[in-house]
Design a binder for this molecule. Structure first.
Ligand code: NAD
Ligand code: ZN
Length: 347
């Protein structure tokens, strides 16, 4: 299964398939004499040796980072550059990002900056990474906020072996599925309905493949139309205004990213229903999230803290919160919400 993305810089292929990690050598866009595989320790344990034994190049090196969001740091960014320099990577070398969004964002940003930019490919191993591996946004975190230091730098290819998703912990399956639901709500009602009629505990390979493919198609269409996030790409932030604030206020690791987004999606539907006096599928989404064990009951949230956090969002304009709302499933809009209104919605 193949999709093509037309980025401003170059065109690249997204290959989705079962067990395609074993074919990696033939799927590379060209031959490279030096390759650096960057992965995290959890993914390394499961998949690194298989990838290594199927890669062919004169020099193949690996760098293994600790799993988790803390790795999107200046410290590891520098360490990976040091390793790349020590291994002798040059402008013709390749970096392979094997892992979830953390590895993809960090390794991609290293590729974007190493000797002013070298080739890299994404090998996503989480469901959420269907989103992060497509579109070319790469970044690390700053103490003052997530993803603030980065670049737009698309990969040369995305190789998505969906067989690797079978070892994901449940919370990571929930995390990725919240983003798929988001994409359905933005642009594909059929995807939304298909997810709502499936059970995350008993997903078939076909369901997973179809959902991921549909999600990537939506993400791809949006980034092709608006690579640098001047307009439409902002719709991908549906559910993220509250979601990000929840992640920050609760502390990273309490909820997975997508679990926070699940709550954010419900909230954006609730606000949309109030603002436009319409009826959206809030209730079915609520039931589905509950049935699939998304954490929906949080304690000790403070409305004013949440509003302050919502304003640190990159979409904020002149200190007013800009939220993505829905006029209907498949019809997103950006709306400014006053602090007073936000406060009453949150309550
Ligand atoms: P992640 O990379 O931290 O992976 C989640 C956990 O699953 C990690 O512990 C990882 O080791 C483990 N894991 C990965 N693959 C596995 C597998 N196949 N089997 C078992 N365990 C596995 O997190 P994520 O949710 O994939 O990505 C989140 C990151 O993505 C965030 O930093 C976020 O900012 C970023 N992101 C970027 C974009 C973008 O456009 N660049 C979009 C969305 C999210
Ligand atoms: Zn997200």
């Amino acid at each position: 299964d193949e999709l093509i993305i037309n980025s401003e810089l170059h065109q690249y292929k997204i290959m989705i398939g079962n067990r395609i990690r074993y074919d990696i050598n033939t799927l590379l866009p060209k031959t490279y004499s030096t390759i650096l595989v960057i992965t995290d320790d959890k993914v390394a344990e499961k998949y690194l040796s298989e990838v290594m034994s199927n890669l062919q190049a004169e020099n193949i090196f690996t760098s293994i980072i600790p799993a988790g969001e803390q790795s999107k740091s200046f410290a590891l960014f520098e360490k990976l550059h040091t390793e790349a320099l020590t291994y002798g990577l040059d402008r013709e070398s390749l970096i392979i990002a094997l892992g979830g969004g953390v590895v993809g964002d960090l390794a991609g940003f290293v590729a974007a900056t190493y000797m002013r930019g070298i080739d890299y490919i994404q090998m996503p191993t989480t469901i959420l990474a269907h989103d992060s591996s497509v579109g070319g946004k790469v970044a690390i975190n700053h103490q003052l906020g997530k993803n603030l230091i980065g670049s737009f730098y698309p990969p040369k290819a995305v190789l998505y072996d969906i067989d690797t998703l079978s070892t994901l912990p449940r919370s990571q399956v929930r995390s990725g599925y919240a983003e798929l639901i988001k994409e359905g709500l933005i642009a594909d009602e059929e995807l939304f309905q298909s997810i709502l009629s499936s059970d995350l505990m008993s997903l078939s390979q076909d369901q997973l493949h179809n959902h991921i493919r549909s999600g990537i198609k939506i993400k791809a269409a949006i980034v092709e139309a608006d690579e640098k996030e001047k307009g439409m790409r902002k719709y991908l932030n549906l559910g993220h205004t509250l979601g990000h604030a929840l992640e920050t206020t609760l502390g990273y690791g309490v909820l997975t990213h997508g679990e926070a987004i699940g709550i954010g999606l419900l909230f954006s539907m609730y606000v949309s229903e109030s603002v436009y006096t319409i009826k959206l599928p809030y209730e079915p989404l609520y039931r589905w999230l509950l049935n699939n064990n998304y954490p929906l009951f949080l304690e000790q949230l403070h409305v004013n803290d949440l509003i302050t956090l919502m304003k640190t969002d990159k979409k904020t304009l002149n200190h007013h919160i800009q939220m993505v709302l829905l006029k209907n499933v498949g019809e997103p809009v950006i709306k400014e919400i006053s602090d007073e209104d936000m406060s009453s919605y949150l309550k």
